[in-house]
Every structure is written in C-alpha cells, then in structure tokens.
Design a protein. Structure first.
Lengths: 315, 341
C-alpha cells in the first residue's frame, strides 16, 4: 500500500490514460482512491445530477488494473465459505465437481441417446464439429481423461446458452446448466487456455465482470461502441454517437441516478452488490483468471493489456 | 399460414393482477431504452401499483447477473445472493410479485427459485450468506413474471385505449406479424410461460387482440443467436448473424410487416444484424423489429421519437408507421450537431 509512485503513471487524474504496466508501481490504495474520486464526482446538469467522469473510466487499462488489485484484496479478507470452496474445488477431480457443484450435480440424470438436444441446437447447426451429445457422453463416461480433454477443447465454448435443448429432452436434463458449470470448472483449472474460445473468457471477465464490479450491471450503455460493432451498420453508429441524449429524451438515466438504463448507482448499493458477488465465491474465479492470463501473456511475450486485446479479437 | 388462437389447456399461467416490483434490463436499457421506460408508462396507464427500488432518489436495484451467469464469469451462488438481495428489497417495499424487463432475468429468478426446491438446506445457507454480505434476509417472492405477461393479461384493456390498430390503413387488412418469443421466456421453464415452448402465445395473443394477424413459419422458435459470449466477443458474432439469417430466410415467404419480440437481446439482433446480412448476401429484408412495449406505445399514439424511441432501431420503423397511419415528424429523429447532442 505504500509503494512509491511510478514517474510513468503521473498524477492520479491522469491514470485513465495509463496502461497496466505504467500503473504497476502505483499503490493499490492510490489506484482505488483515484478511481472512486473520479467515479463519484458529480455535476449539476439541466436540473439533475450527472457523473461526467464515468464515461472515461469504463473499459480502461486503469479500471482493469484497479480491479485486479481491488478484487485480490477483497478476496484476501473475504471469509465467504464459497470462495474457499471454489479455491479448493480447482484441485479436485472433474468427477468430484460433477458430483458436488450445485448446478452440475442435478443437471444430468440419464440419456437415452435420442439426439433431440442436437437436432434442436442452433450451435450444432452452425458449428459443424459441435454436438452437445458429445458433452453428455463425456460426462456420463465418468472417465477423468475424457473430461479433461473436453474441458480443454473448443467444443465446450460453442453453446449459445439459449436452452432450446431443455424443453425437448425426454429426461429433463439441463444441458445448458451442465455446460455452464463445466465452463466454470475449465476456467478454475486453467484448461480454458487450451482453447482459443476459452481464452476469450479473459475479455468476458473484464467486460461483464468489470461492469458488475464497478457499475452493478452486466452491460454499460457506452460498451457497444460502433467501431466494435461494424455488423450493426451506419445507422447504429449515428444513434450511438448521441446515445446519452437519446436516452435522456425517452426517460432513461445515463450516468445519473434513476430507475432505468445506464443509471449511476450509489456507492452503498455497489458495496452491497459486491458483497453478494464476493459472498458467492466469484472472486476465486476472477483471481484465477488473472493468474492464468498473466502466465499465458508472459509465455507469449505480451503485456497484460496486449493479451486482453488479443483474446478479445482471436477466434 | 395464419394462426388461430391456441393455448393448450393447462398452460395458462397464473399472472398476478397488481402490485409489482419491476427489475430493469441491462440490454434493453442500453440498446432500446425507450422500450424499458415504456413498461412503467404502460403500467401507469393501466393504473397498476408498481414500484422499482429507484423510487428512492437513487436506485438500489442492480443487474440480476444473468448475462454474466450465461457468460460464465459469475458463480451460481453469487447469482443466488444477488437475486435474494433484489427479493429482499421488494419485500421491504411490501411487494410479492417480481416483474422483470428482461427474459434472461425472468429465467434467472425462476432458476434461483427452483434451486431452493431441489437443494435441501440451500435456503438456510443463502439466508446466512445474505445476512453476512449485506445485512438482509431471504424472502421468497410469490410470483416471478415477465413484463410481457402483464401486457398479455391486460391486452384487451390496452386495445380499448389504442388510437391505432395493427391494420393497414389503406386496405383495412390486418398486418402480418411474426412473433419471436425469447428463449429464456419459453424454453428454460416452458411450464411457466403462456402456452409452453412450442405453442407460446404471450405475443401472438397481443397481436390478435391489437388487430394483426400472426404468421407461423418453419423457424418460428429458432433462437436469435445472441448467445451471450457469442455476441459479446467479436469473432463469435458469425453465429448470431447465421441464426438471424436462418430466421429471416424462413419468414420471408410470408411477407411479414413486423417482427414482435419480448426479449431485449432478440429485439437488438433481429433488427441490427439485418444490416450485416445485407452486406453479406445483398439481400435487403428490411423487416422492422419492435418490442411489445414499443408496439403498444405506438398504437397508443405516443410520440415515436420522444417516447417510444424508434430511432434506436437499425431497420427504419417509419414505413410501418405509414402503413398503420401513425403520424411522425422525421426531422425529430436525430439531434443536430448544434442542439447539444
């Protein structure tokens, strides 16, 4: 906490333009304080209170570095039994997980190999090599080697979590829940690094996880910038360029207090929300994802920011 | 193939009459904010008693974690705690009925409720964890329903208040509307949807009550392909586009005037990927996509830009307004550079 500040990092107000390496020598407390000061700086606008600095914080290397440190420290003083459970679960076998994880243990009762899950599956129609029954077979095999191979494969990451398989299964299996649970295990064990699609989870952790941790939402209205959504076309680019004004126009609350989209939550609500996230053991996953990403980045000769950008565009 | 009213017996769910706690949607708020705000406006119009945690100056209500849960970056226990915290806020307000703006939230809340039924001792554990985390206690809601359930219940009451109907004003013929029910509304817990997974009637009943004609087509129940980590990570979006293309190709022979959705994600991707599909295939489908609240708002005669916010859609909705006879001023669509946008 008393680390000398880097000359590279500059004054706290300029942290938003620094990369993760620049910020490494800045103390965690300084990072968190600078972030919260910017986050909670309000200004009156058209009779309401707004938080104009929010728009420069999201998705920055500053936010990611702050989150790495803050999450590590929260986890180190978090007494949650589920955090300990997940930290220990990563050292157990895949079979143990299937018998003990809250979702996995009830997801699959039996399979009559009717194939209806595959016939209904949009992912199986798109990805030629994908067949959800292969996942069922691997799980029912109770063969640890087969399960490890599955957890290291691309196959695990193709499911779109739509649940089209669920109402059709004559055994009422919860395949989407099973796959989700296995993906969680793959990340805890670091097996996701073997798959180009698994590695994308580091980007998901900082996109969705960053929004959860800092804004108590999964998607923030400034996330889907037009440059990252060429598939949405020029009309979307025009809309997004004036999204804040358009949201205010229809009664939403971008970067200001309110009930609907884009609202700024008060710090005490964010603290309650974070305590729930931590209490359920999620920080064990996030810390493990950081550790895996850091090791993989080093192996590939990349900085952690370069690694984050690469996995976001690979696949 | 026009579809008559069909709800299989035994699949008419119990939808509470009044007193709702409304939880917002991350995706709807980002992409179609007018659609989300319209839920409250329509509840008010119906005279319903409803609250959101944001009835205080600053909202205590948070994301349900659904997108992150299906993107596998949050544990199921964290999701259980976040849902329990939301239920606790509703209970503080004296409300037993949760209505969600998002279909994934709807499935998440229901999934959490189901887990307590099947996992002995889970309620005691979550209650203890919740108390430790934020000093709250576990209170189960009586009902978890989607906001489209409420509009379904009051579809005829709303129709009486409409200024317009789903009818082509020049010919007097009903407009042809395809419904696209969100997978997490009808497929995850089909027994909790209006009509089940295959015969889901929640949107089709609105279409009929509001003067339109529902149109069946082979890929009616196919997913829009949002896929959470599929749409969020750029290299995976081909999956989303392929799903949308499959649906558009399948519905096109029936010449639909409109795609009607109840899922925030479907409302985005069935609309916006039509541009990408035009670039890839040269085929211009140009089928407007609206949510059930956006459609209700337009038929009520509310301003298309200032209230409904149709400018957030990629496929222009104005041709549909022309067909129905809803007036609009296209100069109001965008803010000019000098107007402070």
């Amino acid at each position: 906490m008393k680390t000398k500040q880097s000359t590279k990092a500059g004054a706290p107000a300029s942290f938003v333009s620094n990369n993760g390496d620049d910020l490494k020598s800045v103390s965690s407390q300084t990072l968190v304080d600078a972030y919260e000061k910017l986050r909670d700086q309000s200004e009156p606008s058209n009779g309401s209170r707004t938080y104009p600095k929010l728009c420069v914080l999201h998705g920055t290397a500053f936010e990611r570095e702050k989150d790495r440190r803050e999450v590590r420290e929260w986890a180190s003083r978090c007494p949650a039994e589920m955090q300990k459970w997940y930290e220990e679960a990563r050292h157990q076998s895949c079979l143990w997980w299937l018998k003990n994880h809250l979702v996995a243990k009830r997801a699959l009762s039996s399979c009559i190999a009717c194939g209806v899950c595959t016939s209904q599956c949009p992912a199986a129609q798109y990805y030629g090599e994908y067949n959800p029954r292969a996942i069922v077979d691997a799980v029912l095999s109770e063969d640890e080697d087969q399960l490890v191979a599955l957890l290291k494969s691309d196959l695990l990451w193709y499911c779109g979590q739509c649940g089209s398989c669920k109402p059709m299964c004559p055994r009422e299996n919860n395949l989407m829940g099973l796959i989700s649970s296995l993906r969680f295990l793959a990340q805890l064990k670091g097996y996701h690094l073997y798959s180009v699609r698994g590695r994308q989870q580091y980007a998901m952790r900082h996109l969705c996880g960053g929004n959860l941790w800092n804004r108590a939402c999964t998607l923030y209205f400034r996330n889907p910038v037009a440059a990252n959504h060429p598939d949405f076309g020029p009309r979307y680019a025009q809309y997004h360029s004036q999204a804040e004004c358009q949201m205010v126009r229809v009664g939403a609350s971008p970067d200001r207090p309110g009930q609907f989209g884009g609202r700024k939550l008060p710090p005490e609500t964010l603290t309650e929300f974070r305590s729930c996230v931590a209490g359920g053991g999620t920080l064990a996953l996030w810390n493990q994802l950081e550790k895996s990403a850091s090791e993989d980045a080093e192996k590939k000769g990349l900085s952690i920011d370069e690694y984050h950008d690469r996995v976001n565009h690979e696949g | 193939m026009a579809v008559a009213a069909t709800i299989p017996l035994g699949t008419i769910k119990e939808i509470p009459e009044n007193d709702f706690f409304l939880t917002p949607s991350c995706i709807l708020g980002v992409f179609n904010p007018g659609s989300e705000v319209l839920i409250g406006r329509i509840y008010d119009l119906l005279g319903l008693r409803w609250r959101a945690a944001g009835d205080r100056a600053e909202s205590q209500c948070t994301c349900c974690t659904g997108f992150s849960s299906h993107g596998e970056v949050i544990s199921i226990e964290s999701t259980l705690l976040v849902a329990a915290r939301i239920w606790s806020i509703a209970a503080e307000l004296g409300i037993e009925n949760i209505t969600t703006a998002c279909v994934t939230s709807y499935a998440i809340h229901n999934e959490c409720l189901e887990m307590y039924k099947h996992e002995p001792g889970l309620d005691e554990r979550v209650d203890r964890w919740l108390l430790q985390a934020c000093g709250r206690r576990l209170h189960f809601p009586k009902h978890v329903v989607h906001a489209s359930d409420i509009l379904y219940r009051y579809r005829d009451v709303l129709a009486e208040k409409f200024q317009h109907r789903l009818v082509e004003r020049r010919t007097g013929q009903p407009l042809r509307v395809v419904d696209h029910v969100g997978c997490h509304y009808a497929k995850v817990f089909p027994e909790k949807s209006v009509g089940g997974a295959e015969g889901c009637d929640v949107l089709a009943a609105m279409i009929r009550a509001w003067g339109g004609q529902t149109v069946d087509y082979p890929e009616r129940r196919h997913c829009c392909g949002m896929g959470f980590r599929q749409c969020a990570i750029r290299p995976n979006r081909g999956y989303t586009m392929a799903c949308v293309l499959k649906k558009l190709e399948s519905m096109e022979p029936w010449k639909p005037d409109l795609i009607l959705t109840n899922c925030p994600g479907c409302n985005v991707f069935l609309d916006k990927e039509q541009w990408a599909i035009l670039q890839m295939t040269g085929k211009e489908y140009d089928i407007p996509t609206l949510s059930y609240t956006e459609l209700a708002g337009l038929l009520l005669g509310w301003d298309p830009y200032d209230v409904v916010g149709i400018q957030s859609h990629t496929v222009p909705v104005e041709p549909l307004l022309d067909k129905i006879g809803i007036p609009f001023d296209p100069s109001k669509q965008w803010f000019s550079e000098t107007s402070g946008a």
